[in-house]
Design a protein around this ligand. Structure first.
Ligand code: SF4
Ligand code: SF4
Length: 167
């Protein structure tokens, strides 16, 4: 095994599983017995082997805090709930991923794509700008025009302390 692949267990955080379990959605992480049903069922895992929920949970249980939080893995879950239905231990994986994401967000570890989406929400009140072209197309189908009303969305983002510039 190359030296770079050797894992230094002294860097592990044995409290990471407790930290996740204390987060809403993460309560059932200790139930996982690593059967792999979630990974075998996961449609995202079928597209990219970078995403493997069983492996993420295993890393979290081992205490690999930095690796889990600094990787982009947890952000790939599409929250489709397929694994939620199939997990024999009722680990509630999509909610667990949200719990890990919440910890990552508090440390400012937010992928650029989500920061961009927050910027769009602030600017337009939705995830994309609706302009004349879109409204003309809507008019063709007798649909009312969409107007940008972003003030309420900005207020919600402010109330939640959501900032797109966070690193
Ligand atoms: S299906 Fe449930 S018990 Fe099995 S590895 Fe996934 S989270 Fe763990
Ligand atoms: S909820 Fe997430 S982890 Fe579970 S199957 Fe769907 S994409 Fe995969």
């Amino acid at each position: 095994m190359p030296e770079d692949d050797i894992i230094d267990v002294s860097d592990f955080d044995p409290n990471f599983r407790d930290e996740i379990a204390a987060e809403p959605g993460g309560e059932y992480i200790r139930r996982c017995f690593s059967c792999g049903t979630c990974s075998a069922s996961c449609p995202v895992g079928g597209v990219t082997d970078k995403y493997n929920p069983r492996r993420i949970i295993h890393m979290a249980l081992l205490g690999m805090r930095q690796e889990v939080l600094s990787s982009g893995f947890v952000w790939l879950c599409s929250v489709c709930y397929t694994c939620y239905e199939r997990c024999p231990q009722d680990v509630r994986i999509p909610e667990l991923m949200n719990a890990i994401r919440n910890i990552a967000v508090r440390e400012g570890r937010i992928p650029q794509t989500f920061k961009t989406q927050v910027g769009q929400l602030r600017a337009h009140g939705r995830l994309y700008e609706v302009g004349d072209y879109e409204n003309e197309r809507r008019q063709e189908y007798d649909l009312p025009p969409i107007r940008e009303e972003s003030a309420q969305v900005r207020q919600i983002l402010d109330d939640m302390d959501v900032e797109e510039e966070a690193e």
